[in-house]
Design a protein around this ligand. Structure first.
Ligand code: AMP
Ligand code: MN
Ligand code: ZN
Length: 865
């Protein structure tokens, strides 16, 4: 490291020296002439010195050659390895193409390194949030997407105090050691050290989660103060639990299942209009003091609207960037990157059953809150579920805002890069709007639910042709009681609040799991030959290992469409590899030669087995259900096709993890988290983490990451039964992915019979995120036929121009917007998510006025009654 630092520090001088030496060597070699053999025989000292020189050259070449490859290539021992001279005719030796690949790889790495170096010298501040350039908005033709991104984005995760543990072999553990508003202690339902043979119990006790001699925690319903336990890092806990459990239970499972909804939820009340946008106090919360002040305000409220903004392109598991909260009188946006370690304090309000938490489509928010902050929600009202029970035609927040508030939001900012700091005014406005109006929407929906419940008691709402058909849905057939509609919304919301975060596992053999190759194949729908299938699996395993190791998303490392392009084309050398995936993701550039070797090995492993494997040629059956990160996995068994040898898979992982080509070995175990963190930091400071532009969703993103998921039929809500809380942790042994905890058995709400509530009519429902994804994917399919999408990239800078806070188009109805966007068919430039979107020159250019209306921001933001 010291050496490479001094090289970097004296970069220009070092390069000049190296270049001088190269010129000298080249000239000397040129003077040697053809008659070397003659001179060698003539003078023994010439012979000896030539021999020494060629040995040195060979050893240097071998050194380069071996470091450019992670797999164990044989060293070059003789000229014949490279080129064979038979009677004056030169032909390639066995290692010839491999050497060419190695040289290509080295040049690629130099290229990546130089890019990085140039960038870093232009931006002195490294690794600190705030070092990136001004934000840039890019409109992409043919897509209703506004990509907001910035150059040279530092990686915020390097500042996180908690080490990132992407290992598939360690479970996620709670980020809380105390439990505000607890009705049962944190260790409720967990085995104690007294349970014979319970390693987990002992672990938990040592870690301060469990107390000795209390098997199963305290008695049901007995409130008990839990004492604060020593702070332990999630990484330490995770390591302690490795191999014992797939996931710990939901710490607030008891409280959520025994939630007693405040009676005011079941009574009509005048809907409060949202406060005027411009006079509502707005606070950007990015200091502990501001957080404390905000909490003081919020503990006195009865309803809070909450929403999150998230980033997952340059991170394996993703992280929350902003948390928006609105009370009746104030709006807050929390910098979740800056305050990450303090935000567990939010439990003071989110776990308080007396304060209603209003979210829209909370499923991912619930998961992100517990994963990043240890924040849990007791008392959730999800307007998404309400929109279903009210049988509204659409279920997106945009629709609710339109219907209830006459406010048209620009949902395209969903895809902005939420890591950007300071948050551009335009994005802040969007984020704030996501919660500003939500309590008014809640009021209106509550009143609708209560009114319809009262009006329709005893009526049939499920039979077509009857007078009340369709006035309520959500599995309600005949309305049982006035409270029923609200109750169903709360039940469904509680089910959402019980969702447990589980890290994505990886199974190279079966391809199971949310990030596995099995479901990818289902989506791809095209038959692959056994050899192609074998290559696909090897590359998939490499991608997973690389993404975990570098803390990148798999779609950054190698997007699905490139994965399939490589599998189907199986390029035999580096240029073919690079041509098959354009724009080339930096990790692919870095490992190009290794990937070529991996592909070759996977091919031959499969080819040697074709006879048996042929039977499975149609293995990738088209299957409808598809998993997204936001849904339950639909893991149908896929017959493993054994065309890939274990050693190929092992080598796939080997390329990715143990040795970083430029910066040496990664720390050996996840437990060595400090070392890992430091290594990541070192790498980022140097060049391995190419902090290239940061589109959240590349327009070239393949169709199949965006395919609609058919939601698994929800568990019907069952009639009241004796309460069963997870007495043992045994049920958590089975691997689960984002599974809600077992269905609610008894919520202590006003009594209604739930016996005939059936979710079947909702089978086609999906959270809005997925719907919008699928629409975009369809649109894209038609607009980008050639694989690499043609995109109209119009960068401009708005951060410094207060007039440009709002894109005027956002005031127009969505349909008009789409038409407008499509009209000017500009010359297409290809969009490269890995390259610099705009140069400094372009950044300083005047904004493109034709795309940015300067309509007063007030107009679109004013609430219309
Ligand atoms: P929202 O609650 O709609 O503001 O979305 C919250 C977060 O979910 C955003 O910050 C995105 O990270 C993610 N998200 C929402 N919609 C999409 C989408 N269509 N595609 C990808 N990510 C999305
Ligand atoms: Mn949301
Ligand atoms: Zn949002």
């Amino acid at each position: 490291m010291a050496q490479s630092n001094s090289f970097v520090d004296n970069f220009d001088a070092s390069i000049a020296t190296a270049f001088g030496a190269l010129v000298k060597a080249t000239k000397a070699a040129g003077r040697l002439g053809d008659d070397i053999a003659y001179h060698r025989t003539l003078d023994e000292s010439v012979d000896t010195r030539l021999e020494q020189a060629s040995q040195r050259t060979l050893s240097m070449a071998n050194h380069l050659w071996m470091t450019s490859r992670a797999d164990s290539s044989l060293p070059i021992t003789a000229a014949d390895d490279i080129a064979i001279n038979t009677e004056g005719q030169w032909t390639s030796g066995p290692q010839f193409s491999a050497v060419i690949d190695a040289v290509d790889t080295l040049l690629e790495r130099i290229d990546v390194g130089l890019d990085e170096l140039a960038k870093n010298s232009a931006h002195q501040l490294r690794n600190s949030v705030g070092a990136q350039s001004a934000a840039v908005v890019t409109s992409v033709a043919g897509r209703d997407v506004r990509v907001v991104h910035a150059q040279n984005m530092p990686r915020p995760q390097l500042q996180f105090r908690d080490a990132i543990d992407n290992s598939p072999n360690t479970p996620f553990v709670w980020r809380i050691r105390t439990k505000p508003h607890a009705r049962v202690p944190l260790d409720y339902g967990l085995p104690s050290a007294a349970v014979a043979g319970s390693t987990l119990g002992q672990h938990l006790q040592t870690l301060g989660i469990s107390r000795p001699g209390t098997p199963g925690g305290s008695g049901a319903g007995t409130p008990r103060r839990n004492k604060p336990s020593p702070e332990l890092s999630a990484a330490q806990l995770s390591e302690a639990l490795a191999g014992t459990v797939a996931a710990l239970p939901h710490p607030y499972e008891y409280e959520i299942k025994h939630y007693e909804a405040p009676p005011r939820l079941f009574a009509e009340a005048e809907a409060q209009a949202p406060r005027d946008w411009d006079t509502t106090p707005f606070t950007f919360v990015d200091t502990p003091a501001a957080l404390a002040a905000m909490l003081t305000h919020l503990v006195g409220t009865t309803e809070i609207a909450i929403d999150l903004e998230h980033h997952n392109f340059r991170s394996f598991q993703g992280f929350t960037c902003l948390i928006q909260l609105s009370s009746r009188t104030q709006d807050f946006v929390i910098d979740a990157l800056a305050l990450r370690d303090s935000l567990h304090q939010l439990n003071a309000v989110t776990a308080d059953p007396q304060i209603i938490k209003v979210f829209h489509g909370a499923e991912s928010d619930i998961v992100w809150l517990q994963r990043d902050f240890g924040v849990y929600v007791v008392g959730l009202f999800d307007t998404y579920h309400a929109s279903h029970v009210l049988n509204m035609p659409h279920h997106s927040l945009a629709h609710l805002l339109h219907v209830f508030c006459a406010y048209d939001t620009d949902k395209r900012y969903q895809l902005a890069d939420w890591r950007i700091r300071p948050v551009p005014a335009e994005m802040m406005r969007y984020a704030r709007a996501d919660t500003h109006f939500l309590l008014h929407i809640f009021d209106r929906m509550r009143n609708d639910l209560v009114q319809r419940g009262a009006r329709l008691v005893g009526e049939d709402v499920a039979t077509p042709g009857t007078p009340h058909f369709g006035q309520l849905a959500g599995g309600i057939d005949r309305v049982q009681s006035a409270a029923q509609p609200m109750q169903v919304v709360l039940q469904r919301s509680a089910q959402t609040a019980l969702t447990v975060y589980v890290k994505d596992s990886y199974d190279a053999d079966t391809g199971m799991g949310p990030g596995g190759w099995a479901q990818l194949l289902r989506k791809w729908r095209q038959p692959l030959t056994p050899a192609q299938f074998s290559v696909l699996r090897a590359l998939h395993a490499w991608r997973d290992a690389c993404a975990r190791d570098e803390d990148e998303s798999t779609r950054y490392v190698l997007p699905n469409h490139m994965l399939f392009a490589l599998a189907t084309k199986s390029p035999a050398d580096v240029p073919a590899l690079l041509a098959a995936c354009h724009p080339t993701p930096p990790p692919v550039r870095m490992h190009a030669a290794d990937l070529v070797a991996l592909i070759a090995r996977a091919r031959s492993a499969a080819e040697s087995r074709i006879p048996e494997a042929l039977a499975h040629e149609e293995a990738p059956r088209p299957v409808a259900p598809v998993h997204t990160r936001f849904a339950d996995p639909v893991d149908e068994p896929v017959e493993p096709v054994d065309v890939l040898t274990p050693d190929v898979l092992a080598s796939a992982q080997a390329i990715a993890s143990p040795t970083s080509a430029l910066f040496g070995p990664t720390p050996p175990t996840a437990s060595d988290s400090d070392a890992k963190r430091r290594a990541l930091q070192v790498r980022a400071t140097l060049v391995l983490q190419p902090a290239k532009p940061t589109t959240v969703l590349a327009p070239t993103e393949p169709e199949f990451t965006l395919v609609t998921a058919k939601r698994k039929r929800a568990d019907p809500i069952r009639p009241a039964e004796p309460v069963v809380i997870s007495e043992t942790y045994a049920e958590y042994h089975a691997p689960k992915q984002h599974k809600p905890a077992p269905p609610l058995d008894a919520m202590q709400l006003p009594k209604i019979a739930l016996g005939d509530i059936d979710d079947s009519s909702d089978d086609a429902d999906e959270p809005k995120v997925k719907k919008s994804i699928s629409k975009k994917s369809k649109k894209k399919k038609t607009s980008t036929k050639q694989g690499v999408s043609s995109a109209d990239v119009t960068p401009f800078e708005y951060a410094e121009d207060p007039d440009l806070e709002v894109i005027g188009e956002s005031a127009a109805p969505v349909s008009d917007k789409k038409k407008k966007n499509k009209k000017p068919n500009r010359p297409a430039k290809s969009f490269d998510p890995y390259s610099q979107i705009s140069t400094t020159k372009e950044l300083s250019k005047k904004p493109n006025r034709s795309r940015v209306s300067q309509k007063s921001s007030n107009r679109s933001m004013t609430f219309k009654k």
